[in-house]
Design a protein around this ligand. Sequence first.
Ligand code: ATP
Ligand code: MG
Length: 492
Amino acid sequence: MRRIGKFEWKIVLALLLTAAAPLLFTAIMVDRLVGESMSVGVNDRVLDALRQSVDLYKEVIETRLRLARTQILALADDEAFLKAVQKGAFDEVREPLRELLQTPAIQRVRLLRKDSVLVEEERKPPPDPAGVKSRSDVFDLPGGERIEAVLVIARSFLEGADSLRELVVTLESFQTNFQPWKLAYYRVFLFIYFWILLMAVVLGYLLARSVTRRVAQLVSATRRATTGDLAVRVPVRGRDEIGSLAESFNRMLDEIQRTRDRIVYLEKVSSWQEIARRLAHEIKNPLTPIQLAMQELHKSYRGEDSSFTAKLDQSLEIVEEEVATLRRMVETFSEFAKLPDVQTIPVELNEFAADFLRKNPQFASRVSLQPLRERLEIRLDPMLMGRVLMNLVNNALDASPGGEPVEIRVGREGEFGVLQVADRGVGLSEEARGRLFQPYFTTKAHGTGLGLAIVKKIVLQHGGEIFARDNPPRGTVFCVRLRAGSTPPANA
Ligand SMILES: Nc1ncnc2c1ncn2[C@@H]1O[C@H](COP(=O)(O)OP(=O)(O)OP(=O)(O)O)[C@@H](O)[C@H]1O
Ligand SMILES: [Mg+2]
């Protein structure tokens, strides 16, 4: 497994801290708050006060009932009242009975004779049965009569007492269970806390890895590039800073590789030019003596042998032909060896291409121009760039034995001006594709294989680039790209 890098550790730690600190702080605060409110809300003093309130309720209810009973018993003991009852003067009992209703808990009183016949009844206006709880009490009088009383207690009173009692029970159980509950909550909290922290770590790691993996790719690509591997590239992922860094890195390597290829090619071409110069020199010198010697031999034969004369004629012809070919080659070699330095001037690209065709009327029937719609000024050496076009057009015509038309196209690609020579000819063979710009590579009987080497050297000296591609469905396009408006690099 890959080692976790320092940067990853830092991000993981930062996320862990960000997750852990506020949670821990909140947990401590909540714990303290709960503890505080417990000590304020549920303590022994509060519970005692509540218990006393319950007792007070009970007391009040009982006192009310007791008062009612005492009042009735007092009447049952009252001599005047008893006398009136004995006498049967029931008119006189009405008043004391009515007075009993002054006591809050007494709802109704009845006086009944010995034979249970109702003598007198006094009552308050009937209360809402749902709002009270009532009970009957009977008080016997000495003469066998009875007082029946209905006593009521307001239900809200009783309910008040009940709910207070329930509250006390709840609080008592809360107080005894608080510690175990607290522990249970702690356990749940710790469980959730653990998972949150774990998630923070995993998330932090994944986040860090997505960043560091790309940075690591950049680092290793840079290392490889410094050891000379300029083919290395990093994948461009994401639109963030690392993505654009990767893009710039790749672009930089493209540029370095192009520059290095250019330098390598120009160095190679220089040594080939030296070889060409020597070859031209070595071949050129014996050509005239060979030709003169052969002419001398031809002239000096005075014999009669007609077959020998014919052979001599034929030999002279062959030698002269081959010497002429060798002269042409020597010319091309010296031309290649003595390529002049580039002298650039600002030139309008359309005009330059049109001028080339005007100066070479031999191409008029087969080569056409497709100009760019805008004006595009480029610094170039018209004489050398004319040689580039000349070589490319000649190659295109050579590759089109059926007389197919050739096109010179002027174009623009961003900051580059483009000159293309497109044909509908035989196309590039696999071998030609790999060796096009190598000097002395030719597939032609009388070719020198120097045309494209000269072309490439001139283009590179202009700071441009050249490449060939297919021209579907048939043929080849040679593209020369020249930076618009920039000064070409110093001559190599
Ligand atoms: N337009 C083209 N279509 C197909 N093949 C091409 C084309 N241009 C060049 N080639 C191939 O590339 C080879 C090298 O071309 P280059 O111009 O360097 O030399 P050459 O044309 O053979 O010789 P010279 O330029 O001296 O006449 C050619 O022999 C040919 O095989
Ligand atoms: Mg050629």
